[in-house]
Design a protein around this ligand. Structure first.
Ligand code: B12
Ligand code: SF4
Ligand code: SF4
Length: 399
């Protein structure tokens, strides 16, 4: 989730005489005009959840996301992100579009946030920058920094402080009107702005749907996620490394990210649908196809997905995920594709392809057994063998 952010230096112009309160009001109106769905202001103080972040890191929950640990000191003090910062303007942008469509067998599912043509980091950075311009017009001598994921800032923490919502048991920031299908971005400034009231109530009640629905059982406790088990981490962040075998079946059909703990949340059922063209679902960007991925060279993949979220895991990362999905949900027609994947240069892809082939054969043998067929040798086609005509097993990982 690392993306460059923008720091603006003071410019020479005439300062306005607006009071902090009228300036805050002006900024909030401008935020809505620019297209943000929620805006609130927090004082630039140490985040409330700092000790929770420390415990989370100490327990190893961040997995390979070493950049979080490396910047721990900076998380404690927003002035490490922007010197002399006084205020954090928190912004939420709704990305809920249509509901997910059924996918063909063997296709990998892509999380909703990646259905558009562009990476949300780029879209929101531009918009947050436009809001910073409004502030610079009023206070030409001010400093600002626009942030979308990239800096050591607990965005959900500041958003709760700015009154945008509460921490759900699934760790998402939830707003009563928007649910949780929104991105956060932040505008830091050294201008003192009146803070909004924090969102001090939580509205999960006795509900535990998200905790129960998580396919990999990734919640250690309500509001605490072990990222190492989260499908979002496994399919996007664990680049170049094999997904642990015990977590491959629970991945189901997710090839990029995961929305399960939000799909089941009652606060999301009535969340408004966004008409924002920046997040409009583009053709077939809601899925990943193994055959298609295999047909692309690295360069072709880069050209097709440049500037989209799928760039992050890259072709090898997505190929590994797509192989696992094929192992979980694919039919016999996936076997020749897995054989091709088993000849890829990435050892993580080769290993995933070999695993997937074994899984696929096992599943189809189980189907045959359920139907009362002979299944002791699935590699030898016979009259009652559902795997008749399949390529023979023996995909090695080449290592
Ligand atoms: C690392 C990261 C991940 C990791 C770890 C997620 C996690 N839950 O920790 C992984 C890769 C797994 C991930 C997954 C996803 N992510 Co992410 N991720 C981040 C990132 C970059 C940092 C989060 C972080 O610091 N985690 C460490 C933990 C300790 O902090 P935290 O999750 O924010 O939790 C705080 C609160 O929950 C709080 N808390 C919880 N209960 C309580 C109770 C009290 C009393 C207090 C004081 C605090 C508290 O304690 C924590 C520390 O303050 C943020 C952007 C950012 N810079 O903040 C985006 C961000 C959190 N991700 C986001 C999204 C959209 C996702 C996914 C939905 C993407 C997807 N569909 O696949 C999933 C959702 C998974 C989930 N249930 O969280 C959005 C969330 C928007 C929202 N409405 O909440 C963010 C804010 C990005 C953005 N700019 O919009 N993500
Ligand atoms: S995103 Fe998916 S895997 Fe991650 S915590 Fe939510 S339900 Fe579990
Ligand atoms: S599913 Fe239930 S417990 Fe989980 S975040 Fe939503 S309301 Fe809270």
């Amino acid at each position: 989730m690392a993306a460059p952010d923008i720091q603006a230096e003071p410019t020479a112009a005439v300062p306005s005489t607006a009071t902090p309160a009228s300036l805050a009001s002006r900024l909030k109106h401008a935020a809505v005009e620019i297209g943000f769905d929620l805006v609130g202001i927090s004082a630039a103080v140490a985040p409330d959840g700092l000790s929770r972040l420390r415990e989370w890191l100490a327990a190893g929950n961040a997995g390979e996301m070493a950049y979080i640990q490396r910047r721990l000191d900076a998380y404690a003090d927003p002035a490490r992100v922007l010197p002399e910062v006084r205020s954090v303007v928190m912004l939420a942008t709704n990305y809920r579009t249509r509901d997910p469509l059924p996918l063909p067998a063997g296709a990998g599912r892509v999380s909703r946030y990646a259905w558009g043509e562009r990476d949300y980091h780029d879209v929101l950075r531009e918009r947050t920058r436009r809001l910073a311009d409004v502030l610079h017009a009023e206070r030409p001598d001010c400093r600002t920094r626009c942030i979308v994921d990239s800096a050591p800032l607990l965005e959900r923490d500041f958003a709760r402080r700015a009154g945008l919502g509460w921490f759900g048991k699934n760790t998402m920031l939830i707003n009563k009107r928007l649910g949780s299908w929104f991105f956060l971005s932040a505008l830091l400034t050294d201008v003192e702005l009146p803070p909004d009231a924090p969102h001090d109530t939580a509205h999960c009640g006795t509900c535990t749907r998200c905790l129960e629905a998580c396919p990999t059982d990734a919640f250690d406790a309500p509001g605490r996620l072990d990222a190492r088990k989260c499908i979002s981490y496994l399919t996007i962040e664990l680049r170049g490394r094999p997904i642990p075998e015990s977590l491959r079946s629970p991945l189901g059909d997710w090839a990029f990210g995961c929305d399960v703990c939000q799909d089941v949340c009652p606060w999301n059922t009535k969340a408004p649908v966004s008409g924002d063209p920046a997040f409009a679902p583009a053709a077939e960007r809601d899925r990943v196809d193994l055959a298609d991925l295999l047909s692309l060279t690295d360069e072709e993949f880069a050209t097709r997905h440049r500037g989209t979220p799928l760039e992050r895991p890259g072709r090898d990362g997505l190929l590994q995920n797509a192989c696992i999905v094929a192992g979980n949900t694919g039919g016999p027609d996936a076997l020749p594709l897995l054989e091709r994947a088993a000849r890829e240069s990435s050892s993580a892809v080769r290993e995933a392809a070999a695993w997937a082939e074994r899984e696929l054969r096992r599943r189809h043998a189980d189907c045959a057994a359920d139907a009362g067929f002979e299944t002791h040798d699935v590699s030898r086609p016979g009259p009652t063998d559902v795997t008749a005509g399949l390529p023979s097993p023996g995909i090695g990982n080449g290592d």
